[in-house]
Design a protein around this ligand. Structure first.
Ligand SMILES: [Ca+2]
Length: 302
């Protein structure tokens, strides 16, 4: 078997539910070795507890959980699932995500892939502490819009995707103004990605025998109830799962190397003067094929 790829899973889990889908997918992907889940973006204590409980019930409390810069922002859609879970009971907890990321990358013999599926706050903070991480890691980031950011009839205001807009300065600092190699997965490929009721039903049927899928479905149902989401049995948009996929293969995604930066309105623009060259996924080869892969992967078939 091939050696698995070490990743830091940097997430705004606990807001939109696609991060929880992505975490389940990553835990079920033998190509990847999750070493750390670092959280940021909303109530970081709540997010750390959510990640730690999720990893615990999945039998993976060996993974470091690291809390980003303290914020106390809502939403907390999955709070009821966490219950009275005590973060102090988690064996691998760090309360400073940026420092934990630096320590991990600098002490590792291998190149670390940092999968950024929320704001870039933790990576900007980590790079500010220790710029030498740039030689020892790469970032694969979900975010931005290059040509086409439409998602189910919705388009981000000014073409400014949330992960860039919510902390534009950190996005610039970590992805553009640093010398960390970057692969970007904009809304062009992550938008409009849903599983239908049949595929979700198949995944749900695995919950009885698979603790990862059980935890996933419990969280999806709680989230759907809180935001009054009803998609007729299908899933919500699964943006962040594309990031997990891109950590282990470029197959089926069409990349271009383009110089990109984020302007003051958090629009991601191609600009040879101000931009940094990034490998950017712009199109799917066959999107249906990815959906089938995702379903089969979550069901443990592949
Ligand atoms: Ca996210």
């Amino acid at each position: 078997m091939l050696k698995s790829i070490p990743i830091i899973f940097d997430t705004d889990i606990g807001s939109d539910i696609d991060d929880t889908w992505a975490l389940a997918m990553a835990l079920k992907s033998p190509e990847l070795d999750i070493r750390m889940v670092s959280v940021n973006g909303f109530g970081t204590e709540y997010q750390a507890r959510l990640a730690a409980k999720f990893l615990t019930v999945c039998g993976r409390d060996d993974v470091i959980v690291a809390k980003g810069r303290a914020t106390d922002m809502d939403p907390r859609y999955q709070e009821n699932w966490i219950g009275d879970f005590d973060l102090a009971s988690y064996p691998n907890y760090k309360d400073n995500a940026a420092q934990a990321i630096v320590d991990y990358i600098m002490s590792s013999d291998e190149e670390i892939t940092v999968l950024v599926i929320g704001a870039s706050t933790n990576m900007a903070d980590a790079y500010a502490i220790e710029p030498r991480i740039a030689k020892r890691c790469k970032i694969i980031a979900i975010g931005g819009v290059i040509y086409n950011g439409h998602c189910n009839g919705w388009y981000p205001p000014l073409g400014a995707d949330w992960n860039v807009k919510c902390d534009r300065d950190s996005w610039q600092a970590a992805l553009v103004d640093s010398d960390i190699p970057v692969e970007l997965l904009p809304l062009d490929v992550t938008g409009n990605l849903y599983l239908d009721a049949e595929a979700f039903g198949k995944i749900r049927a695995c919950a009885d025998k698979d603790p990862v899928i059980k935890a996933l479905c419990e969280n999806v149902d709680l989230w759907a109830e809180k935001i009054e989401w009803n998609s007729g049995g299908g899933t919500s948009a699964l943006f962040d799962t594309v990031g997990v996929y891109a950590c282990f293969t470029k197959e089926n995604l069409k990349y271009q190397r383009l110089p990109v930066y984020a302007n003051e309105n958090a629009q991601t623009l191609i600009d040879p003067e101000r931009g940094k060259e990034m490998d950017i996924a712009l199109k799917w080869g066959d999107k249906e094929k990815f959906k089938k892969f995702l379903t089969a992967r979550l069901c443990g078939e592949i």
